[in-house]
Design a protein. Structure first.
Length: 299
């Protein structure tokens, strides 16, 4: 075995392939092309003098040597992340990049105007937005700040509950005019899939036995489908209530409400640029939810 230690980029590529089981998926996650991942893995195996993956028709599967390597590299990854957070946490400069992750409806409708004002106030801080339903890992610095809805966050994360998203039934005026007096269970419904399991489960409790005609993994897409007149949808009031082409048709039980959390890792909370984003966005979101007539939680 070569005694030359692999560089961190090789280890990152190895981790990505080990976790996804696919060169293409690893390349997408790393923001590089397929051939780069292939070349890195082949070079890493040559350097170690051992085969780390079995090349199967279904993808890349770890060999026993690969599984042992994964355990070691994950420990290295944790140590590197701890070092990164510790050093970054002492950074007092109001400059640099802050990465924020949020699901689409928050990224499209709640954040943009506030981030424009933030940039005017802090022009030396660059914001990088990651939009998606995946839960990125703050411990591994996949993101610096996460805007999440749902249950209380893990103890390793710190932040603020900046409000609560309430929901109601909405539909397009054209759809509502075409279906006057129809009981809720008799309407066409636009629902969410397993990517939003809590809301999908609450819908089933609210209207047992009713199957949505359309489903989506995106709240933003659900809003657009409702605006197109394809049926009724249960949507966040802070967003749908601002759309002139949607009508509030009915209320839903309080159980549909979801807390809105603005979070970071505890090691990063004293980093000046991250603290600036947290404070600014927390105040802006709380104010917006209040203005929309929603309940909010004191910071």
């Amino acid at each position: 075995m070569n005694t030359q230690i692999a560089n961190w980029d090789d280890l990152r590529v190895f981790l990505a392939v080990a976790r996804t089981g696919s060169l293409s998926a690893a390349a997408r996650g790393l923001g590089v092309n397929h051939s780069t991942v292939f070349r890195r893995i082949a070079g890493f195996e040559t350097e170690l003098g051992v085969r780390l993956f079995e090349r199967l028709s279904s993808g890349y599967a770890l060999t026993p040597a690969g599984e042992e390597t994964l355990r070691i590299v994950e420990r290295i990854e944790a140590d590197v992340a701890t070092l990164d957070r510790t050093v970054t946490g002492q950074d007092l400069r109001l400059s640099g990049t802050v990465r924020i992750t949020a699901i689409d409806m928050l990224a499209f409708w709640l954040l943009p105007d506030h981030l424009a004002r933030f940039h005017a106030t802090y022009p030396s801080i660059e914001i990088e937005m990651v939009v998606g339903n995946e839960t990125l890992d703050l411990s591994r610095r996949e993101t610096d700040i996460a805007l999440r809805i749902g249950n209380a966050p893990p103890e390793t994360l710190v932040g603020r509950r900046v409000g609560r998203l309430d929901f109601a039934v909405y539909g397009a005026p054209t759809y509502c005019v075409a279906h006057p007096g129809t009981e809720l269970a008799g309407h066409d419904w636009i629902g969410l899939d397993g990517a939003h399991a809590p809301l999908a489960h609450r819908f089933e409790e609210f209207l047992p036995g009713v199957r949505p005609v359309f489903r989506s993994n995106s709240v933003a897409c659900t809003v657009r489908l409702a605006k197109a007149g394809l049926g009724l949808a249960i949507l966040p009031c802070a967003i749908a209530g601002q759309k002139p082409d949607l009508i509030r048709v009915a209320d839903v039980p309080d159980t549909f409400g979801l807390d809105l959390w603005l979070l970071t890792h505890e090691d990063l909370r004293h980093t000046a640029r991250i603290r600036a984003v947290l404070d600014f966005v927390a105040a802006a979101l709380a104010g917006m939810i209040d203005n929309a007539g929603e309940d909010s939680t004191d910071l």
